[in-house]
Design a protein around this ligand. Structure first.
Ligand code: NAG
Ligand code: NAG
Ligand code: NAG
Ligand code: NAG
Ligand code: NAG
Ligand code: NAG
Ligand code: NAG
Length: 428
């Protein structure tokens, strides 16, 4: 029903192809071609490589160089340099050519490209186990070299909660103005904030955001309701999902003058599952603002909300993907179209409200990505070793049925759309 309704909204889909890269703990990095003819989606393996083995954990695409960075976690290693950073050139046909692999301090979790594209670009890598961020000079065409290891210390003397034995940075995020790096630290209950030197790419720590004790901030997403073109005085928000508390917290962000940092004021907090459910322990993994800039989407692990009956009578348990409508004025409804023209920047009331919870098509959705058209969501279900492709209607924000399931040979850790270098995308 929902699928038919979504298709009616979206109109007929012509044949098109786009690509995905998938990392799994089994050691494989997989390139997938996704094609669609009407509502018949087909996923085909283009290429696989073990060159990020033994445990690929994260993928970052640098579209300006057509380079894919793969972080190799090195599960269970307690050696100082137990992880790896590998770079691959993305060929026009979706195959990959490895350029370089280097060892890094342990526990790589996530990476982001930062810096000035015309002068010096760098890669910042969060090390969960290594309790640090490392930065790498990018020399173009996938070449890189270590710049800096920036170790973190705990702001409080001992663990507040389990898994808070030390700083555990989990993500590196660029703010929308690309002046700051923010780093949620699950172990230290901080979102650390850095600026960097334009010439050396070295990080300078600034005043962090203090999250609730024991909450374990994991991933975050910025939101500019009026876009970046809006003149000064327009609001910026930052949403953090906290893994240990199972919450989503919204902050109003203020930019200090002279690149002096960010200040945060909490404006909203809710369970990341949307509603409080007795006995449920949800572990939010990933959060994004949708490409249409109207919705906040969160993947929740371990809530076992859905049961998917199989043809042979067995049942597969699935976790949830929740969608919240981002509201900036209490009088607006969630399906309100975005205002045009110069906004009045005064915010009367804002709170994301839950509009939907859907099945991710499997257990422990470690990661998900929305395509740039906002029409498809790829969810990596870690424990079921699959990626489910779900339809999404960008105007209502509703996520619909699964159109194809990609089975992998290891626990899935990361899935990214390769749109900048793909020939075609599912745009409308
Ligand atoms: C869907 O597409 C695949 C591959 O092109 C084809 O083998 C299959 O028959 C199609 N299924 C339907 C229901 O059209
Ligand atoms: C890093 O991992 C090793 C091996 O699991 C563990 O012994 C060590 O305590 C971890 N370090 C931190 C800071 O969690
Ligand atoms: C880890 O790597 C760094 C940088 O390459 C190196 O200086 C250091 O000696 C290595 N440590 C170990 C224990 O191998
Ligand atoms: C990048 O560097 C160039 C050359 O120094 C400079 O002209 C430009 O303004 C810089 N861009 C940003 C966004 O800082
Ligand atoms: C997953 O949820 C169950 C309750 O349904 C709970 O017993 C378990 O501890 C949770 N797992 C984690 C890792 O929190
Ligand atoms: C039923 O099919 C699922 C895959 O859809 C499989 O994992 C499961 O083992 C099967 N169960 C039985 C009882 O055959
Ligand atoms: C892989 O998935 C299985 C469930 O299928 C789970 O028991 C195991 O802990 C997972 N291991 C990792 C490293 O993700």
């Amino acid at each position: 029903m929902l699928n038919r309704w979504l298709l009616a909204v979206l109109g007929p889909v012509s044949a098109a192809a786009t690509r995905l890269f998938i990392a799994d703990y089994g050691g494989t990095l997989t390139a997938i071609s996704l094609t669609a003819r009407d509502d018949n989606y087909t996923a085909t393996v283009i290429y696989t490589t073990q060159e990020c083995a033994p445990n690929p954990g994260w993928l970052t695409i640098d579209p300006s160089e057509s380079v894919l960075y793969c972080l190799g976690e090195g599960l269970g290693t307690d050696t100082q340099n137990g992880s790896t950073l590998s770079s691959f050139l993305i060929n026009a046909d979706g195959t990959l050519k490895r350029v370089k692999t280097d060892t890094t301090i342990s526990g790589v979790a996530n990476a982001v490209v930062y810096g000035n594209a015309t002068t010096q670009q760098a890669l910042a890598v969060a090390h969960y186990n290594g309790s640090a961020v490392s930065t790498w000079f990018l020399h173009g065409k996938g070449e890189f070299s270590l710049n800096q290891v920036f170790p973190f210390t705990m702001p409080h003397p001992g663990p507040v909660a389990d898994r808070q034995n030390g700083p555990h940075p989990h993500e590196t995020i660029l703010d929308p103005t690309e002046q700051y790096l923010v780093v949620p630290d699950l172990g230290a209950d901080l979102v650390r904030v850095f600026s960097w030197d334009q010439d050396t790419s070295d990080l300078t720590p600034l005043e962090p955001l203090k999250a609730a004790p024991g909450s374990g901030p994991r991933h975050g997403a910025f939101w500019n309701p009026y876009g970046l073109g809006c003149a000064t005085g327009c609001p910026t928000y930052f949403y953090v999902v906290s893994e240990l508390a199972g919450t989503v917290t919204g902050y109003e962000v203020t930019y200090k003058p002279n690149r002096g940092g960010l200040s945060f004021r909490e404006v909203y907090k809710a369970p990341s599952y949307g509603i409080l459910t007795e006995g449920k322990i949800t572990l939010p993994s990933e959060v994004h603002v949708s490409p249409d800039s109207q919705y906040l989407v969160i993947a929740n692990r371990n809530d076992s909300t859905f049961s998917i009956p199989q043809r042979n009578g067995s049942v597969v348990v699935s976790d949830s993907l929740t969608t919240f409508a981002l509201q900036y004025d209490g009088t607006l409804l969630w399906h309100q179209t975005w205002p045009t023209g110069k906004p009045a920047c005064r915010i009367l009331h804002k709170a994301p409200s839950l509009i939907q919870s859907v099945s991710t098509g499997g257990s422990i959705p470690r990661h998900y990505s929305i395509n740039s058209a906002g029409t498809l969501v790829a969810v990596g279900n870690q424990y079921d070793q699959n990626v489910a492709i779900l339809l999404r209607d960008p105007s209502s924000g509703l996520v619909g049925k699964e159109v194809v399931k990609i089975e992998l040979t290891g626990n899935v850790t990361c899935v990214v759309w390769d749109e900048e270098t793909s020939v075609n995308t599912f745009g409308y």
